[in-house]
Design a protein around this ligand. Structure first.
Ligand code: BG6
Length: 488
């Protein structure tokens, strides 16, 4: 008999966003520039259908700052949430959201990152926003750093490569913890912390890698990551001191790999790729670097500088919960005759049993159940899904309706597998669908890669009225929440 457990009564249904992908207002009210503001739009024809365009070179930054480079920067414009947040939050409330994940754009609070005093207008903006959420009973979850390192820190220290950035980060987090102590209970330190070593050190940590001598680049990524780990542990400590009862989570882009075949070499490769992905959460949740990573460093000549006491800090202040994004799974093969596909952070081998999105991301709902079980078995800590969803092209009909049944199918299948995992005994606290309102894509800066329940009338070239429309998935998700997942 297949007996499913219901979703817990207080299950936190909602959505997730990031400041640089929605706000706009990139220089409004004293905000400084950040890494996200340096990412220019590259049309698909130039970058390739399945590739990202996010890494920024030293030369590009200089050309932007001198005015010589004249590109378009969609992450500076977002969807104008900066001015429209009250209307947008009202739409989330209409869907019955229990939780909304946003990020604080660090450069709104400390414009250069290293400033002594915070920018009051920035602090007030988020205070108003959190109060607006509470008006509707929506609990905020706040990411402290979602690919938004202030550019001042890049220019002064080469981003997180400089140990000094830990101190500046702590000043920032102490400022926001103190200011929002009555308003925010759930926090995340770094979005997809694996970005910094696995894909783009600039996006993940404001590190311009071509400013580092070539032979030291691999080392530099791990060094910057180590600073983020220490900063995250110290932020957890400060959170518990400043807001008793508040909870800190880590955030991983979980890239579940399957072996392509039963060949033990493929199995071992998949295991290693999973270890390389999970060691980030190992450090956050268990408080130490796993031994397999120490071996990898030894064999690859990676030597990071730790300050006295770093290991104790990591051990003493682990996170309270583990959160992750899940969009797809990947296959791993040691053989040459296999097809490759796209994906967030890294592409992989094409799995013949799975369909993929128009961006080559392989759709795998059962993989979510596997992922939840794996993470819970490994850490025994509460879990949060803080990103999941389907990036797809939407069609607006003549009467203004948008029939996005493909999105509903994707979400339904994933929610069903969440319930399976809960029935397996996994302690899953919430589900935040990515981009509940269409937003600028992180990897491609497109608007046409839409995730939302709410359509935003803007195209890849920045044209459009910005008007919001409810898609079919809006009414579907509203009912999912109202029925606490019993009506899918
Ligand atoms: C995650 C990021 O990697 O995936 C988000 O945390 C991002 O910022 C999301 O938007 C979806 O990726 P994309 O490239 O489709 O926007």
């Amino acid at each position: 008999m297949n007996k499913l457990k219901p979703f817990p009564k207080n299950f936190l249904w909602g959505g997730a966003t990031a400041a640089n992908q929605i706000e706009g207002g990139f220089d409004a009210d004293g905000k400084g520039l950040s890494s996200a503001d340096m990412v220019a739009y590259v049309p698909k024809a130039e970058r390739g259908a399945h590739s990202a365009a996010i890494e920024v070179t030293s030369q590009r930054i200089e050309a932007i700052l001198s005015g010589e480079f004249q590109g378009r920067f969609p992450k500076r414009d977002g969807i104008d949430f900066y001015h429209k947040y009250k209307d947008d939050i009202a739409l989330f409330a209409e869907m019955g959201f229990k939780m909304l994940r946003i990020s604080i754009h660090w450069a709104r609070i400390f414009p250069n990152g290293y400033d002594e005093q915070p920018n009051e207008a920035g602090l007030q903006y988020y205070e108003d926003m959190f109060k607006e959420m509470h008006k509707y009973g929506i609990e905020p979850m706040v990411t402290l750093c979602h690919y938004e390192t202030p550019l001042g820190l890049t220019e002064k220290y080469n981003g997180w490569l400089g140990r000094e950035v830990i101190g500046h980060f702590l000043r920032y987090v102490e400022t926001v913890f103190s200011r929002y102590k009555e308003l925010v209970k759930y926090w995340l330190t770094f979005n997809e912390i694996n970005m910094i070593t696995m894909h783009s050190p600039f996006t993940g940590g404001g590190v311009v890698i071509d400013r580092v001598p070539e032979a030291e680049r691999e080392n530099a990524k791990y060094q910057a990551l180590h600073h983020q780990f220490v900063a995250s542990a110290l932020a957890t400590k400060r959170l518990h001191e400043i807001i008793p009862g508040a909870q800190m989570g880590c955030m991983l882009a979980r890239l579940t790999h399957y072996a392509y075949s039963a060949d033990p070499a493929d199995q071992r490769l998949a295991q290693w790729l999973n270890q390389q992905n999970l060691y980030f959460t190992d450090v956050h949740a268990r408080g130490e670097y796993p031994k397999f990573m120490l071996r990898h460093w030894q064999e690859n000549n990676v030597q990071i500088r730790k300050a006295l006491g770093d290991d104790a800090i990591l051990k003493q202040y682990p996170v309270d919960f583990v959160s992750f994004s899940y969009y797809m799974s990947l296959a791993a093969s040691t053989h040459d005759n296999v097809e490759r596909t796209g994906g967030n952070l890294l592409g992989g081998v094409k799995n013949p049993y799975l369909q993929a999105s128009d961006w080559g991301w392989q759709i795998d709902p059962i993989g979510l159940r596997i992922t939840l079980n794996d993470l819970y078995d490994r850490y025994q800590k509460p879990l949060f899904i803080v990103e999941n969803g389907l990036g797809a092209y939407d069609q607006v009909e003549a009467d203004g309706t948008i029939h996005d049944d493909y999105r509903i199918d994707y979400l339904r299948a994933h929610i069903q597998q969440m319930q399976e995992a809960i029935s397996d005994g996994v302690d899953l606290r919430g589900y935040l669908s990515w981009g509940p309102i269409d937003l600028v894509s992180m990897s491609t800066s497109e608007m046409s890669k839409r995730y939302g329940f709410i359509y935003v009338d803007l195209d890849d070239d920045g044209n459009g009225s910005g008007e919001r429309r409810r898609k079919d998935s809006f009414y579907w998700y509203k009912n999912v929440i109202a029925s606490n997942g019993t009506e899918l």
